[in-house]
Design a binder for this molecule. Structure first.
Ligand code: 13P
Length: 287
């Protein structure tokens, strides 16, 4: 069932668990994530970055694939198809392509411009029945060898954006995309608590879910996080399982080179990672 993420996150917030957003890259990713959500009776959010959207030939292809899979695989749990870190133009493209949710990442704009653009997109997204996520305070990460430590958002700016009627808010609390460096200081729970105090019932989003220790995840959920994004960890699981298959020479045995066989261990590994995360986030049985 393709739905916006509004209801599932309100329920998660009230029930003190989080819904996982798992980023998709292709058919195998999408199929593995949908199958796991159905098996565990968990709501799920499929994240699509602008780069992944382009890789899959465009947002229309993504929407068509996801809608068809939901039908052909008899997926009855709530599924949201969500643009991850969308640009202003990307948000409009996804609204037109039939996504059920968008994230407008205006965190690199001055706050006034972030407010202005977010406000406009809230109106358009809601008129079309989509949910919308906004961001304040950039999420760190590694880009071309430069490692950003993850900025902490200003709680007052978070309130200004939350008051625009968005459905959920991504706020930097020292989290980072990709693997965490050795000298990472951990999540700033003081910032998280201050943001939640200012934004009331707003479901908060924790980006950079890969590699955050379980106790920090649980504490973040206790303090108001209702959506956790995971991308890199599925990529690492997929790559490791595929490498193992090839290094064991299995692609050279019989018809082991058949892509359906070659990609099967990686797809199974994604399922395992998604299952672990859904159990940790507490969304199992919550569909
Ligand atoms: P990771 O790649 O660190 O899991 O982060 C995912 C994410 O936050 C996508 O927006």
């Amino acid at each position: 069932m393709l739905v916006s993420a509004t209801e599932m996150l309100k329920k998660a917030k009230a029930g003190h668990y989080a819904v996982g957003q798992f980023n998709i890259n292709n058919l195998e990713w999408t199929k593995s994530i949908l199958a796991t959500a159905q098996e565990l009776n968990s709501p799920v959010i499929l994240g699509v970055s602008e780069g992944a959207g382009k890789y899959m030939t465009g947002y229309k292809t993504v929407t068509a694939m996801v809608k068809a899979m939901i039908e052909e695989m008899n997926i009855t749990v709530p599924v949201a198809l969500h643009l991850d870190h969308g640009s202003y133009e990307g948000c409009y493209k996804c609204i037109q392509a039939g996504f059920s949710s968008i994230m407008f990442d205006g965190s690199h704009y001055p706050i006034e411009e972030n407010v202005e653009k977010t406000k406009e997109l809230v109106k358009v997204a809601h008129a079309m029945g989509l949910s919308i996520e906004a961001e304040v305070g950039s999420i760190g990460g590694e880009e071309d060898g430069v490692v950003g430590m993850g900025e902490c958002a200003d709680p007052n700016e978070c309130k200004a954006i939350a008051d625009l009627g968005i459905d959920f808010l991504a706020a930097g609390i020292g989290n980072i995309h990709g693997k965490y460096p050795e000298n990472w200081k951990g999540l700033s729970f003081e910032t998280l608590a201050a943001i939640q105090e200012k934004t009331g019932e707003m479901p908060l989003v924790l980006h950079g879910g890969t590699g955050i220790p379980a106790d920090m995840i649980k504490k973040a959920i206790d303090l108001g996080v209702a959506k956790i994004n995971v991308n890199t960890e599925c990529q690492l699981s997929f790559a490791a399982a595929t490498r193992e298959y090839i290094e064991a020479g299995k692609d050279q045995q019989g018809k082991g080179f058949d892509p359906r066989k070659l990609l099967a261990p990686g797809a199974a590994a994604i399922k395992e990672t998604v299952k672990e995360k859904m159990e940790l986030f507490g969304s199992v049985g919550k569909a």
